[in-house]
Design a protein around this ligand. Structure first.
Ligand code: AGP
Length: 605
């Protein structure tokens, strides 16, 4: 939920920190700050509420004379959005930035008599105060003592007054990556801040301290023993993390979906069948389980809902989808016969990570579908199926959703093949249908101007309803979330047949109802539900396949996707729903890529 960065090296630290924070801003943008060692080895602190641009302006008059410093962009958890609560935090000889949550910070405040000494309302300042109390000249020892007292999640970067040019990083759950490059030593929350300088990096292992100086990075375990980092290679380039001429990352990422699907599907096809050999995912993983339990949050959970509706009629085994933040506090019915499928774009969502750990503790074998290579969820799962969407910068997930679905569809196909639910020909036909979804997406992207006009009927409304049956209902969940999170219009997804059991009371003249009717076996039933809302004055936006027979008086706007196998309509439908939300947000002059109150990776509970 926050972005952190540290630099030590021969170049001007202020510029590197500010540029890095701009790259990390999608992780949180309530406030930002930097701390720099100046030429006299004093630490200067500059921090402001607002986005990195406000901090950049505040730093403009700062003379450029520092070669070591840390920076932070915040998504508020403890304490409001104020300059005092912005990071970095100083306490005595310690300057610290933090991503995560110290769950026992109240107890620590009392235990160490910090009441009345704190200038902020944050848990992070408590950590800085403790570290200062523990610091007797040896950073590693002080950091170790701190980790013995605090509970929760953290990624810290720390400066000590008497150690100019040095930065110390330590993490638990929250992410930290680091690299020594020709430009110097860098550490950050994720690769988007390192990419301009290097393609080689390492993940700071939990319970290890990274020490950065201007000439190297050292890694130590908690006993102070040097450890060699596991060097990894970045699998995308800087352009992927830039807008490249698009007005917003979200529109760019919507356009990238066809290529992202190709990158995710094609390398895993062999003789027209799904093949996970290179992913080291054995068929016995799919043969042995008697049930599937998918666990995720937000859009990733909606991908699971689509997969559930697809999988059960094919595999004839129970498929459950759980919201990770619920799953982790239930007594879930998962065991050694359960295949737990963990879905996460970032691979760092703390609720999903906790759910993964719970499923593993119950004996389930775990398969993660993750977009970020080397992320915590990827590393802790038994098996990983990486999606290859490239970095997704817009807070509203688009291409990650469609590649998660592509991965889930391929898993369904491979499972059906090895469990003899599909013959080879049926599996090949299924995979061919999945590939046909790609040109269908391109068609809808090419017709995006149609969407721009329809949102005029949405943007002045306070509510909107998305309805559908079967797979169409699963699609509608994501449509409602997209519209809500970037246009701030309250939107609700409803099983079309359920509407009349109460919620139809909310349908009044001009209330927008987006009806998805691509599933032929329930098409007429859905159309009946559309008539019910139309009879009550709803403004109906109907999404069907090309040759669906509908009387013209039924829908106020009718959008048709190319004719295709019902099972794959989610892909062009997703494009329509994403563009609908995008243009609604634009129409309301909102910040599409960084909506209020949100952040890209939810690494706090
Ligand atoms: C989707 O538009 C949101 N950004 C959010 O719901 C997101 O899908 C959710 O936080 C899960 O994130 P993850 O896939 O990185 O775990």
């Amino acid at each position: 939920m926050c972005g952190i960065i540290g630099y030590s090296g021969p170049l001007e630290a202020k510029k590197i920190l500010l540029d890095g924070l701009s790259q990390l801003e999608y992780r949180g943008y309530d406030s930002a700050g930097i701390a720099l060692f100046d030429t006299l080895s004093n630490i200067r602190l500059i921090k402001r509420t607002g986005k990195v641009a406000a901090l950049r302006q505040a730093c403009a008059k700062e003379q450029d004379s520092s070669h070591c410093g840390i920076g932070h962009t915040r998504w508020a958890t403890h304490g409001g959005v104020t300059d005092a609560n912005a990071h970095p935090h100083r306490a005595g000889r310690v300057t610290l930035i933090h991503n995560g949550i110290i769950e026992n910070y109240h107890n620590l405040t009392n235990e160490f008599g910090l009441e009345g000494k704190l200038v902020s309302q944050t848990d992070s300042e408590v950590a800085a105060c403790l570290l200062d109390q523990f610091y007797r000249g040896n950073p590693l020892e002080a950091i170790k003592e701190l980790t013995l007292h605090i509970e929760g999640s953290y990624a810290f970067c720390v400066l000590f007054d008497d150690r100019p040019g040095e930065i110390y990083g330590i993490r638990k759950v929250s992410p930290l990556v680091a690299a020594y490059t020709r430009s110097g030593a860098l550490i950050a929350s994720d690769l988007t801040a390192l990419i301009p300088y290097t393609r080689k990096y390492f993940v700071v292992p939990e319970g290890h301290v990274a020490k950065l100086t201007g000439y190297k990075i050292s890694l130590y375990d908690m006993e102070g023993t040097p450890v060699s980092p596991e060097i990894m290679e970045v699998n995308w380039n800087m352009d992927s993390a830039m807008k490249n001429g698009f007005p917003h990352f979200m529109l760019k990422e919507i356009h990238e979906q066809p290529q992202a699907l190709k990158n995710t599907i094609l390398p895993r096809m062999s003789k027209g069948l799904p093949d996970f050999t290179d992913d080291n995912i054995p068929d016995e993983l799919f043969c042995q389980c008697t049930k599937i339990h998918m666990i995720a949050c937000g859009t990733a959970m909606h991908a699971g809902m689509v997969a559930r509706a697809l999988m059960e009629p094919v595999l004839h085994i129970p498929v459950t989808v759980s919201i990770a933040s619920e799953f982790r506090y239930e007594d879930p019915l998962v065991d050694q016969d359960t295949l737990a499928v963990i879905i996460s774009q970032s691979g760092e969502t703390i609720d999903t990570l906790a759910a993964l750990r719970l499923a593993k503790s119950r004996g389930s074998r775990t398969l993660a579908i993750v977009n970020v290579k080397g992320s915590t969820i990827a590393r802790e799962s038994d098996f990983v199926l990486y999606t290859h969407a490239g970095p997704e910068i817009a807070v509203a997930s688009t291409k990650a959703y469609s590649v998660q679905l592509a991965a889930l569809y391929m898993i369904t196909c491979r499972m059906a093949l090895v469990r003899k639910n599909f013959t080879k020909d049926q599996a090949a036909a299924f995979l061919s249908g999945l590939l046909d979804a790609i040109p269908a997406m391109e068609t809808m992207i090419a017709r995006k101007e149609e969407e721009k006009h329809l949102v005029t009927h949405l943007i002045n409304q306070s509510d909107a309803f998305f309805i559908g049956r079967g797979l169409d209902y699963a699609f509608s969940l994501e449509g409602a979330l997209k519209l809500k999170e970037i246009s701030y219009i309250h939107a609700e997804a409803y099983a079309a047949g359920e509407l009349k059991h109460g919620t139809i009371a909310l349908i009044a003249p001009k209330v927008p109802v987006i009806a998805i009717a691509t599933q032929e076996h329930v098409f007429l039933k859905t159309i009946s539900n559309v008539r019910e809302v139309k009879a009550r004055g709803a403004f109906v936006i109907l999404l069907t396949k090309e040759h669906a027979q509908v009387d013209s008086s039924l829908a106020d706007i009718h959008i048709r996707i190319p004719d295709m196998d019902d099972r794959f309509t989610v892909f062009p439908i997703a494009v329509i729903l994403q563009l609908m939300a995008y243009y609604a947000s634009i129409g309301k002059n909102l910040d599409v890529d960084q909506p209020r109150n949100l952040a890209k990776s939810v690494t706090v509970e």
